[in-house]
Design a protein around this ligand. Structure first.
Ligand code: ATP
Length: 407
């Protein structure tokens, strides 16, 4: 059977993955076998999410009636019902529903009624609390088929420490990254000297290590020194796989979906207040804005070097009219030109403009010119893929250390 759970946490605490890890142990105590613990991240642009829009699925052998009762009891015991935005859902199926619902939940938006119809059709055991929105994630989790998969070991805290500062040895995290990258990633951000894998929220997670396989996340995990953990679970995940991206065309992008879009840079990037960088790309008409926000740090240095005519493929979520960049391929470089007023040949002085479209005039001798002085400048930027740093990476975004995206 497949057991799906979602929406049990709130900004004040809990975490659906923790509940899943506890459930796995309760099922094992009841002599059920847990074959796989899966963590799926769904559309990162869903507004109801608490943090990373995660849902979990346990693939287990045993009595579905009993497993459903245990899962529901655990949700009632541990979910944070006090939060308006916590609407848990539990679903148990004996056969995986059509994967199409998972695909829609990771890439698009779903309705609660769609999930309920699928669960009814599958003869599922299911329960939704409050507005039952968690049934969407629970259904997507049991319907999931992972074309590409990665691992994450999540290490959970002792309950009496929840909400207190975490104690994880910083040097051991950097050492674990040095020993296991690129087979693990996003433990730390070396360029920005920041620990990435230890959350700051009051949830039960102490730290999480992401990597290619259980072997690699365990290798890194063994190197990490910390406060005593209560529980550890290796999850099979869709994190770091770009499962959220769809091919998109400028002019036909939908709000809240995440895209891979081709285009040509249409204007010089502008730096706005707060250090956010924006530039327009087009592929014919119309154009679309791309954003590299301040948290994307050094990635912005690449973006700043773009010039009109550069051909790019950008990846990111389309929100409020902009593509928020997760990564970008510079396919080919346009010509970088510096345009200055023309030089007066007699006086060796730069001329001054006579107004828009009216040419230039030498103030000293009165000589006139119609065209500016255009010089091609050399580019230091190289073609290829560039990505935001680990501190700014979305759960679903495939890091370049896993290989370049297939187009
Ligand atoms: P948790 O640890 O509780 O899972 P979270 O940050 O992952 O926290 P949730 O609290 O689960 O976020 O909130 C996300 C809500 O959005 C859930 O109720 C889930 O069922 C729902 N949801 C997920 N994906 C979609 C989607 N594509 N369309 C509509 N609703 C969705």
């Amino acid at each position: 059977m497949l057991i799906g759970i979602d929406d049990t946490d709130s900004p004040q605490g809990m975490c659906t993955t923790y509940l899943g890890a506890v459930l796995a142990r309760r099922l094992i105590r009841e002599h059920m076998r847990v074959r796989e613990a899966r963590l799926v991240r769904l559309n990162p642009n869903v507004t109801f999410k608490t943090r990373g829009n995660a849902a979990i699925m346990l693939d287990a052998e045993g009595d579905p009636d009993r497993a459903f009762a245990i899962a529901c009891a655990l949700v009632e015991e541990r979910a944070d019902f006090s939060c308006d935005n916590t609407n848990p859902g539990v679903a148990v199926v004996e056969k995986r529903p059509d994967r199409a619902f998972y695909e829609k939940a990771v890439k698009d938006f779903c309705e609660i009624d769609e999930a309920v119809a699928i669960l009814d059709g599958a003869g599922a055991w299911y329960k939704g609390w409050k507005n039952r929105r968690g049934l969407i994630g629970a259904t997507a989790a049991v319907a999931s088929v992972l074309a590409d998969r990665t691992s994450e070991i999540l290490v959970y805290r002792e309950p009496q420490r929840f909400g207190t500062p975490r104690s994880v040895d910083r040097a051991s995290l950097f050492a674990a990254e040095a020993a296991t990258f690129p087979h693990t990633w996003d433990t730390v951000d070396i360029t920005n000297d920041v620990v990435v894998c230890v959350p700051h929220t009051p949830d039960p997670v102490l730290f999480g290590i992401r990597g290619e396989s259980p072997h690699w996340v365990m290798t890194a995990r063994r190197m990490i020194r910390s406060e005593p953990p209560a529980l550890e679970q290796i999850w099979v995940t869709n994190q770091g796989t770009d499962a959220h991206l769809v091919d998109g065309k400028i002019g036909a992008l939908r709000e809240g979906l995440s895209y891979r879009v081709r285009g040509t840079v249409a204007e010089v990037p502008k730096t706005g207040t707060g250090g956010h960088i924006s530039f327009m790309i087009r592929d014919g008409d119309p154009a679309v804005r791309c954003m590299a926000y301040e948290p994307t740090k050094n990635f912005r240095e690449i973006v700043r070097q773009l010039v009109p005519g550069d051909a790019v493929i950008v990846c990111g979520s389309y929100k409020k009219g902009s593509i928020n960049l997760e990564k970008m391929k510079i396919v080919s470089l346009g010509k970088a030109e510096t345009v200055r007023p023309p030089l007066c040949i007699s006086c060796s002085k730069r001329m001054t403009s006579d107004g828009k479209g009216k040419g230039w005039k030498c103030k000293k001798c009165g000589a006139r010119a119609d065209a500016p002085d255009v010089q091609e400048s050399s580019r230091t930027l190289e073609t290829g893929w560039y990505e935001v740093p680990p501190t700014a990476r979305r759960h679903l975004a495939k890091p370049l250390c896993r290989g370049e995206p297939e187009l």
